[in-house]
Design a protein around this ligand. Structure first.
Ligand SMILES: Cc1cc2nc3c(=O)[nH]c(=O)nc-3n(C[C@H](O)[C@H](O)[C@H](O)COP(=O)(O)OP(=O)(O)OC[C@H]3O[C@@H](n4cnc5c(N)ncnc54)[C@H](O)[C@@H]3O)c2cc1C
Length: 488
């Protein structure tokens, strides 16, 4: 049942599972675990709708590249799925088999571990069962780029789609306006004993459970771990550890422009780097979208559009792109945008600030930085694309100078795909969670969402993070059956 914590603070004495955060990851886990017969508390800091007061708790500072993390994430029931775009592309086996060419290791599990959860994740985001991830155009001849393959979710809005299930699943208590403000660790037991929750007046109480799952998105998952004094005192979270480090995004680079050879169709083209490209250049993966701007002209009916774009004040990182688009006046000109892999890098990180939010939780700074390896990936993708466009006679690509001159600052924007801050690894030396998404050094604290990604590839993160959530639900179900002796 969905209860407003402002009005109803009655908790069970202890739950089997306490899940913090009701976005795609948290909702998926809550419904699976309650559906298996366990008692579950799903704690959501926001209400049923957007409120400035809840959203303000996401305010953070930025010392690196701008991520717009205060605006692009949404802090209410359903989380950021309330405005995600629904683009779905699965990881591939190569994402898991080939470690990144940097000092951090890649995935400690084979792709098969999550591949079997693909049909379940597709169903959750309303993709037809058995549907193929289709190419919309042919690849390029050189062997470096194949056609991209993806599917579009409607997009699924989790709070709406699962409203009845959240309200009616037996054993499930969903509390909205219920903010996690601390994680209370018992060092003798090696277990989290409760999460401390607060209403908006600052009244706190503990929620006790046998197992806990953080599902608050990649920045907040790290923030909650870093904010907990008891986890720090027990040495589970240490200042030089990996919690908050290896923050990754997908890179949307202003690669440049192109002019199509006349006679080429003007439909957008989407390409994806091949495994051969990755091996040959020791580079990351990337999706490239080449779109022809046939309609953006300074005259006629579209003049209004151009005027609108020029004047649009946008705080989500696309202002420079809009300015760039607005400069176009020639039908047939095209823009190239990307979704490029960033490699894990310990300097790209979330860290705590001294300042606290309204509820007494330390605020965070996001220092999103790229490494030389990332600049190498961008350069290789840009140069190869330009070469192959010319060789195939498709048209001419004019790359921006910062693509090939890596000493110049990049023009780019983020995709709001936050990943890596509680990365999965075989040991605590290289990560924060183990292969079952359990925080190293604890017996009962788990993490869900793309913060567990060891590498981010160039696939959109939501459907894959649901595959991980389904796998985690299976693991926890088995763990509880073993612990209680209940028949599976
Ligand atoms: C504009 C935009 C477009 C996108 N398009 C795509 C796309 O096309 N394809 C794709 O794969 N991905 C896309 N994404 C990314 C996608 O939205 C995220 O991957 C996804 O929402 C992450 O799910 P999550 O459950 O891990 O986190 P979230 O959706 O962020 O949910 C976290 C939840 O935790 C709650 N919470 C936070 N702190 C607390 C606390 N202290 N106490 C209690 N509750 C708390 C929040 O209110 C929220 O409900 C897009 C993102 C944006 C911003």
């Amino acid at each position: 049942m969905i209860k407003d914590y402002d009005a109803d603070k009655r908790l069970r004495e202890a739950y089997d599972f306490c899940i913090v955060g009701a976005g795609p990851a948290g909702i998926t886990l809550a419904l699976r675990l309650a559906g298996a017969g366990w008692s579950v508390a799903l704690l959501e800091g926001g209400g049923r709708e957007y409120t400035p007061r809840s959203q303000a708790l996401y305010k953070c500072t930025s010392t690196g590249l701008e991520v717009f993390a205060a605006e692009d994430r949404l802090r209410y029931l359903g989380g950021t799925s309330n405005h995600w775009a629904g683009r779905c592309r699965p990881f591939t086996s190569a994402d898991f088999a080939v470690p990144p060419p940097v000092e951090m290791p890649g995935w400690p599990i084979p792709y098969a571990e999550i591949e079997r959860y693909l049909p379940g994740a597709m169903e959750i985001v309303d993709l037809p069962q058995g549907a193929e991830f289709k190419a919309v155009n042919p690849g390029l001849n050189g062997g470096e780029f194949e056609a991209d393959r993806f599917l579009l979710s409607p997009p699924t809005r989790f709070a709406q789609k699962y409203a009845t299930a959240l309200d009616e699943t037996p054993g499930l208590d969903v509390f909205i306006n219920c903010n996690c403000v601390d994680l209370l660790f018992d060092p003798d037991a090696g277990k989290l004993k409760a999460v401390q929750v607060s209403d908006y007046e600052g009244k706190r109480q503990p929620v006790a459970a046998r197992n806990f799952i953080l599902a608050t998105g990649a920045i907040e998952n790290a923030r909650q771990l870093l904010n907990s004094k008891s986890l720090a005192q027990a040495g589970v979270v240490t200042p030089d550890g990996l919690v908050g480090r290896c923050f990754m995004e997908h890179l949307n680079i202003d690669m440049g422009t192109f002019i199509l050879r006349s006679g080429e169709g003007t439909d957008p083209r989407q390409y994806f780097t091949t495994d051969a490209f990755v091996a040959q250049y020791q580079a990351g993966r990337g999706n490239v979208l080449a779109s022809v701007l046939a309609d953006v002209q300074t005259y006629g009916r579209t003049a209004e559009v151009k005027h609108f774009l020029e004047n649009l004040a946008c705080d989500m990182g696309v202002a420079s792109k809009i300015e760039f688009v607005a400069k176009f006046s020639c039908p047939g000109d095209g823009v190239i945008s990307t979704l490029i892999e960033q490699f894990p890098n310990v300097h790209s990180r979330i860290s705590l600030l001294d300042e606290q939010d309204e509820l007494g939780v330390a605020k965070v700074n996001v220092n999103w930085v790229l490494s030389d390896s990332d600049r190498h990936t961008i350069k290789c993708i840009g140069s190869e694309l330009a070469k192959q466009f010319a060789e195939m006679g498709l048209g001419f690509v004019k790359l921006n100078d910062f693509v090939y001159d890596t000493s110049l600052p990049l023009k780019m924007s983020p995709h709001a795909h936050h990943m890596g801050t509680t990365r999965m690894a075989a040991s605590a030396k290289d990560g924060v969670v183990d292969t079952n998404c359990k925080v190293f050094g604890t017996e009962n604290l788990y993490v869900a969402g793309s913060s567990v990604f060891a590498t981010g590839g160039a696939s959109n993160p939501t459907m894959p993070l649901l595959q991980f959530a389904l796998r985690l639900a299976d693991h926890l179900n088995q763990k509880m059956h073993s612990a209680t002796g209940a028949a599976a």
